[in-house]
Design a binder for this molecule. Structure first.
Ligand SMILES: [Mg+2]
Ligand SMILES: [Zn+2]
Length: 187
């Protein structure tokens, strides 16, 4: 008997710095420096409550460029995941690009490698799946992969919104991740 195809996962891709946590302008190199954006935990709780798997997609070129070590990134990652676990918010997956800015890798956004990695682990329909980010490169990466996109005006969002005109315009632009979670797209 042929098995029926498994249904696509309901999931949402979310950038980290400037969306989930405050972008420091540099890298978050220690757990103590990690601060959630206002309302971000409530937003993630909302997504989770609506049945979305949450997948974090983040460039961390500071590792490849020698600014901080991968073990430090792991400590920050663990801190974030544990803090959210306490709030009953599971993170289904995290995909980081650790290559340096000039490494020419296939995964540093606006390239799409991190989404390709996620697609190997999760089955989803890109046209019904959103990527929420604060930078123009996030929106560009999402569009290249065929995702829908939301720009948040935290982090670099307010500044980068000006660059996102015409074909680069996101499907929505909102003030925060908390506002994004309330968009009608997310049922
Ligand atoms: Mg960001
Ligand atoms: Zn990379």
């Amino acid at each position: 008997m042929k098995s029926s195809p498994s249904p696509a996962s309901k999931l949402v891709f979310i950038d980290r710095d400037g969306v989930i946590n405050v972008d420091l302008g540099g890298y978050v190199t220690r757990p103590e420096e990690f601060r959630f954006e206002r309302g971000a935990v409530a937003a993630l709780k909302k997504f989770s409550g609506k049945g979305y798997k949450i997948i974090v997609i983040s460039n961390q070129a500071g590792v490849g460029d020698g600014v901080f070590m991968e073990t430090q990134l792991e400590a920050v990652q663990q801190h974030m995941v544990e803090a959210l676990k306490k709030e009953n918010v599971p993170i289904a997956g995290t995909y980081y690009c650790l290559h340096g800015k000039q490494a020419g890798c296939a995964c540093r956004k606006p390239k799409t490698g991190l989404f390709e990695q996620a697609a190997a682990d999760f089955y989803f329909n890109p046209r019904e799946t959103f990527f929420i980010g604060d930078k123009a490169g996030d929106i560009e990466a999402g569009k290249r992969f065929g995702l829908k996109t939301v720009l948040v005006r935290t982090g670099y969002g307010r500044e980068d919104e000006k660059k996102l005109t015409g074909a680069l315009a996101p499907d929505a632009a909102v003030d925060s991740l908390e506002a994004a979670a309330d968009l009608e797209f997310f049922q």
